[in-house]
Write a protein that binds this ligand. Structure first.
Ligand code: GRF
Length: 203
């Protein structure tokens, strides 16, 4: 099966990135990680890329807090294109992508979010779910569009909220599911890609 070239963007600890790399390494996921990019110089996700021998780069984000400067976003597009990336995987990337990326990779940017969207977009969704007295929350993989944690939903997993849950315990259980759900969704993209481009089984 021809491997799907992916690029991963993240700002933080990179546990989803690690889960994806582990599935690739074990042969379960027919993807090839071409590049990891972070807007945070010392983000652990960059260390994970180094650990797995994946090309990685720090992209200084510029003067805005919640998005990239347009010229920098153009630079990001070029980096991903030069690396031959077909699917952009957001794994804890804390900036909103705008037109340069959305136009360059239409329906080819996905995100994982720790709630059952459309409920609780934004920050610390597990805390939002606790405050709202929900009994169930979860995680969602969705296409990225111009709005925060919006875009067409691709898959969801539910997590029961227990009476003694703390924000930490709940977030930890959500992340365990994220690490299964994200590679599973990427595997579907891999199948579609391999059907589209063809190729021999050992590629
Ligand atoms: C995850 O909880 C994901 O849902 C959210 O950001 C977090 C990233 O965690 N978008 P990690 O860096 O992959 O550990």
């Amino acid at each position: 099966m021809k491997r799907l070239p992916i690029g991963i963007l993240g700002s933080g600890k990179g546990s989803n990135c690690r889960a994806i790399f582990e599935r690739i390494r074990s042969g379960d996921l027919s993807a090839e990680a071409r590049l990891v990019v972070s807007d945070v110089l010392d983000a652990p996700i960059l260390d994970i890329a180094r650990e797995f021998g994946v090309a990685n780069a720090y992209l200084p984000p510029g003067r805005f807090r919640t998005r990239l400067e347009p010229e920098i976003e153009e630079q990001l597009v070029k980096m991903l294109r030069d690396a031959g990336v077909e699917l952009v995987v957001l794994a804890g990337f804390m900036r909103v992508l705008r037109e340069p990326m959305l136009k360059a990779f239409p329906r080819r940017i996905i995100n994982i979010h720790p709630s059952l969207l459309p409920k609780f977009p934004g920050l610390e969704s597990w805390k939002q779910a606790l405050v709202a007295d929900e009994t169930v929350t979860g995680c969602t993989v969705h296409y990225v569009d111009e709005r925060i944690d919006h875009g067409q939903i691709l898959a969801q997993e539910e997590v029961r909220i227990l009476p003694n849950d703390t924000p930490e315990s709940l977030h930890a259980r959500i992340q365990i599911l994220e690490h299964k759900l994200y590679p599973a969704v990427i595997a579907e993209f891999c199948e579609t890609y391999s059907k589209r481009v063809g190729g021999s089984p050992d590629e």
